[in-house]
Design a protein around this ligand. Sequence first.
Ligand code: GAL
Length: 718
Amino acid sequence: MPRRPSLLLLLVAFVIGMAPAAVSQAFRTAAPLRIGAAWYPEQWPPDKYPGRWDADLTLMQQAHMNVVRIGEFAWSSLEPSEDHYDLDWMEQAIALAARHHIAVVIGTPTDAPPAWLTSKYPDTLGMNADGRLREHGGRRQFNYASPTYRRLCALIVARLAERFGHNPNVIGWQIGNEYTDESFDPATRARFQQFLHDKYKTLANLNQHWSTAYWSQTYTDWSQIPMVNAGGNPGLLLDHKHFVTATWRSFQREQIGILRAAILPTQFITTNIGGLGWSDNWDHYAITADLDLASWDNYVGEGHLQAARNAMLNDLVRGWKRQNFWVMETEPGSVNWAPINNALDPGETRALAWQTIGHGADAVLYWQWCDALNGQEQYHGAIVGPAGRPLPIYTEIQQLGHDLDLTSSALAGTAPQSQMAILHDYDSRWAIDFQPHSKDYDQQQVLLRFYTPLNAIAQSSGHAIDIVDPASAPLDAYKLLVAPSLNVISADLAGRLVAYVRQGGHLILGPRAGMKDEFNAVNPQRQPGPLAGALGGHVVQYYALLPAPLIAVTAPDGATGTADTWAETLAATAPDTRIDLVYGPGNGWLTGKPAMITRTIGSGSISYLGTLLSPDLLRSLLQRAAAQAGVAPPAQHLPPEVELCVRAATSQGKIRRVFILINHSDTPHSATLSGSFLSLLPDIHAVAAGIASSTPSTQIDLPPQGIAVLTQNSEPIR
Ligand code: GAL
């Protein structure tokens, strides 16, 4: 039995600000997939609800669930008064779960401090940007930078780690819950000023990078620098985002340090990232870098599953650590926070889960098992009702659980494989959103415009699209890179991109690329800034477009389409820079000007597309670029309603692939895959459809919202 570290030792780890130890590798082995729910046993104490825990866990087991997350809001039940702990109930809940073969992820409860804490230590309260001090009664009222709050967090986390860090039924830890609110109190502002001092060293340096002669913003003392999150100097706004990232990162690192010193190496550490994956209140690459695995909360909200958008968000999440992830929360059919909390249709909840697994999720947990009888979320979707009896959605989730029983061993250890990547980074996101210049330049929609055709191209050959950080991803792993809104390009990043192209890579820059440097100052050489030399061209001027009229664009081969929202006129300055697209006549400043240019460099190329194109033209342009870059050609016949996700693993020189087909529509559809397959789920049959060019093909008939999970016959999974 390994020796457990004492509480004192754990707190020493906190006090000296211990950086996280090398993260655990053990849990990354091909573990079975997990399905489960957020469960709050503290809301159903056995003395008031006898037998309820066991009844809940029995129903979970009957739904084939094998994991619960507990504890992330339970501070007042774990430490009812200062320094008086009650961890026995949690131990009993974990033991009972084990009897039902259900593993546990423990959430540290630091997102919801108890009332005794906030009243005794008011300096732990956070302040909103409008100067209002937050108060008890909701959650997230704490100040993420407060040393007092962090000390109190360390105490409760150390207790939990000491008690459960060696519990064999605890498989992982979630730190806090959806890091959300920063604080604008005077003490945090002083920390921001110190952060700037550490970064810029001298005020002269800061004044120069922020161009503070503008509007007499020049600072003569660090204490004069304001802390705002809107309307400020763009350099300051970007640095505030960096400060928020660094502050959450140190908040998280303190808990990682305590946990890692005490828990089994097989227990993972994560946090559940909110904001529907798209949030950008801090840099997700930086925060997930310190975690063993990324996890996120995947909700639909109002309306229905938008397949392309949800596919993109899952790929974005996979890109944070460039590895598979967990969906720590998803809706059991509906939420309570959308304008209209409609229910997903029958089959849609299962399709959503399979889509996320197809894009790299190794676990899907529902929020929540059962709604509390009171509290702010009484109307939220749940799996069982207030009396603990299954709601209608239970059967569908049970079916998913059964699906996973049948497929988990085939899927374990597999991940999506990509030949093409989209470059996405938070500095660029922030820089554009501080000054969008057009309310219609919605970066999620811009990304989706490029992602949708690229994903269709990738899926037709059994691949995925990666969405990755240009500064840290191994770019040479990809044949084609597309950067829709890479607004901030430092000299270092430009160097990486040029090296990629010189080694034979193909790079397509989209609108607004390279306008800014890493201080959010305008690059004097115009877009794409430090890449203008390699491109042999640059942007002459940018224009925000009104919704109508659409702008005609034409290619030299006669292909036509339209442009909207944003248009940049380009100039080719090198003799070997080619003009790919031109704005049509009658369009004012745009008339006859290049909209896209390309330069070939060795066997690689760099292109700049200065506008947002209509779907058909963009798709054909990207198809041609993918073919020229050597991306695998289409091999599968898929109707547009059917998505194909392939997860693969290589072992002993042999590749094994699992094909997941999802019919996102409410009518039946068939897909034809090249090869012969074995269906792992009942009711779906893979029927030999003939032999074309010596390759057998297989037809799969999918009912409405139907799912097929297939392995290639020739490569049986043992
Ligand atoms: C999440 C949160 C959960 C719950 C859920 C409701 O953002 O982490 O605690 O509030 O939303 O949809």
